[in-house]
Design a protein around this ligand. Structure first.
Ligand code: MG
Length: 211
């Protein structure tokens, strides 16, 4: 059963130093946050649709968390108490549009650009060891552990809830590690949290049968 849509998906940019470097930048001094619209969400098995005329479209495998309890002004120490669990998320990005625009609503916001998996509960002690693996057509492209994030989940929850209320069902996605790359129609992309869930989506071109 598809869960109710979140009120928002709060994403973090450049939160793994090797990924910031591969994009030609460095990690910001404060978390760099942006929103993806709930309308971009799809489930495992549904196609990612590459829009016509946008240039390169990339996968970004991420170790996301879903909020379980309404949260505002949550301290780092309390952060895990508002989290329901962890899920794989693919922050699909129109990379050429991202480079062209000063803000990323367009590059990150197309329909189907937010595949999400199922939520698994994980303890705060176990979370740093959660391992992300991204594959395209079965070939490994990204591998990282949650412990490699520059700004940790508690730091991010405290930071975000000083700005906005997080509602149950909202998703926080803390950024992708190095190894991002392009997707083409006919590809299949997997974002796995090892031992927890595998998010798997085919890629179609806009106007192909089914999109
Ligand atoms: Mg991302």
């Amino acid at each position: 059963m598809t869960p109710p849509l979140p009120t928002k998906i709060v994403c973090v940019g450049k939160n793994f130093s090797a990924h910031a470097a591969e994009l030609g930048g460095s990690v910001p001094s404060e978390p760099l946050i942006f929103l993806k619209p709930p309308s971009s969400i799809i489930s495992s098995g549904e196609p990612i649709v590459v829009p016509k005329g946008v240039g390169r479209v990339d996968y970004e495998g991420e170790i996301a968390v879903r909020i379980g309890t309404r949260a505002r002004h949550v301290s780092e120490a309390e952060a895990w108490s508002v989290i329901e669990g962890v899920l794989p998320l693919n922050d699909v990005t129109a990379r050429d549009l991202q480079a062209k625009d000063d803000q990323w609503s367009r590059a990150k916001g197309f329909d189907t650009f937010c595949p999400i998996g199922t939520v698994s509960s994980v303890s705060p002690d176990d979370f740093p060891g959660v391992t992300l693996v991204t594959r395209v057509n079965g070939e490994e492209r990204q591998r990282a552990q949650a412990s490699e994030m520059v700004f940790s989940i508690p730091v991010l929850i405290a930071y975000i809830t000083r700005i906005m209320t997080l509602e149950p069902g909202d998703i926080v996605s803390p950024g992708t590690p190095e190894g991002v790359g392009p997707l083409s129609p006919g590809d299949e992309v997997e974002v796995e949290l090892e031992g927890l869930d595998i998010l798997r989506n085919p890629v179609e071109g806009e106007g192909d049968v089914g999109s």
